[in-house]
Design a protein around this ligand. Sequence first.
Ligand SMILES: Cc1cc2nc3c(=O)[nH]c(=O)nc-3n(C[C@H](O)[C@H](O)[C@H](O)COP(=O)(O)OP(=O)(O)OC[C@H]3O[C@@H](n4cnc5c(N)ncnc54)[C@H](O)[C@@H]3O)c2cc1C
Length: 463
Amino acid sequence: MSTQQRRIAVIGAGAAGMSAVHTLATSAQSIAGDLHVTLFEADNRLGGKLLTSPFAGHPAIDEGPDAFLARLPWGTALAKAVGLGDQLVAPTSGKAAVWWDALHPIPEGLLLGMPTDVFKLAKSKLLTWGGKFRAATEPFRRRTSLADDSLGGYVRTRFGDQVHLRLVDPLVGSIYAADTDHFSLAAVPQIYDLASKARSVLIAGRKMPKPSPAAGPIFYAPSGGMGSLIQATADAARAHGAELRTGTPVSTIERGAGGVGWLVDGEAFDALVIACPAKAAALLLADVATETASTLAQIPAADVAMVSLAIHEADWPAHLRGMSGYLVPKPMQRLVTAASFGSQKWSHWQVGDHVILRISLGRDGLPVLHLSDEQLLTAAVEEVGHHIGLTLEPIHARVSRWPGAFPQYRPHHAERLAAAEGQLPVGLALAGASYHGIGVPACIRSGKSAAERLTGQLFPVAD
Ligand SMILES: Cc1cc2nc3c(=O)[nH]c(=O)nc-3n(C[C@H](O)[C@H](O)[C@H](O)COP(=O)(O)OP(=O)(O)OC[C@H]3O[C@@H](n4cnc5c(N)ncnc54)[C@H](O)[C@@H]3O)c2cc1C
């Protein structure tokens, strides 16, 4: 250990903050005793949106995310690093549907809802013949300018309103609780990359390699739920000397004495990872990084509610067996935006003689958290019952409320953020869903890279 041990604080214990803590605690500097990491979490538990709890006799049903993308490396890498590699499970191959007056299987050959094969689209009854014809004219259209950075605008221009409203908006909207007319195209890299390289999606789609089963599952989840990833990460970080404080909201960040380092509620640190949502980060940065704070304060976030239900298996209709769930497009929505048939999606959730459903309510532009738990439950039961043609009589029900659940990346989010991050003083780094990706793997990556940036500043490598 060198004479002066450096201290880094991480503020916020969601996926991003816990990833930062793990990266710092397991770094060479920490192992050598040159670095100490302290986590501050406002809540009485770790995990932020990663929350798993018992439900309907099952020990571990997620209240927030139930999986992460396996084809981005960071979620899987963290799970393996904290000893959960052999507990990762993949969803069953159940098919999903879109509800447009009836359940329609999602057509094959889509890229986040955009058709890449017009013949496969033609077989679907989700679009009218007029809508399919409009989509089929896409190769004859001029290159679409990406200047307005609107996902909805791009898809409507290329494929028409039906592809947008019945496919892309529900698919992407359900991932980000977004209204894609107000969402940045550049924030959806699978579509943006194609849009920036190719004039026509359908022509480029023909050349795209078909997904190979050898590539492995698309999603993974730890069998103990997403909360077990947080628990294992916390255990690993503590084993490496990290100090994790819950029930400790940070109120102020100030410059340290003589402008050196930082004070977190008066306690001195050399550097800080700020891994709380943008609005909370803006409050903390108001006096020390004013310009950055004012940009962060303007990043909106959509509230959602998640209603979990357990239904008697005997009451569950045969035609829904084997399905993973369905999405509800904007024009058809009241409050429910999607329903996941959890125990059909995850075989390890099949406990007892019931089917577990997870129903999402609310999105950007569709507020729901002014409603009571009872009203949210009633809405979920009535709307899903109507969609699937069944009077739902849940034997267990749970309502999980998620204020500020999903940051909304408005058009040109990336440019505004680059400017805001560029104005951050040395010794501060941002991490979390508000910035460079909303999904769990992106949050894990952001925590890791914030931690690495700060250790690089504190322990520069000599040339
Ligand atoms: C219902 C739901 C379903 C989802 N489904 C999926 C999915 O299936 N797959 C997927 O990849 N993603 C999913 N997501 C998105 C993903 O879960 C989140 O984007 C991600 O977990 C956010 O992580 P984070 O670390 O950025 O923030 P958070 O989890 O919000 O953590 C931030 C933490 O900061 C703390 N904090 C705030 N202010 C302070 C302060 N002043 N001092 C100290 N602490 C503070 C908060 O208490 C919180 O614990 C879902 C999200 C929700 C809500």
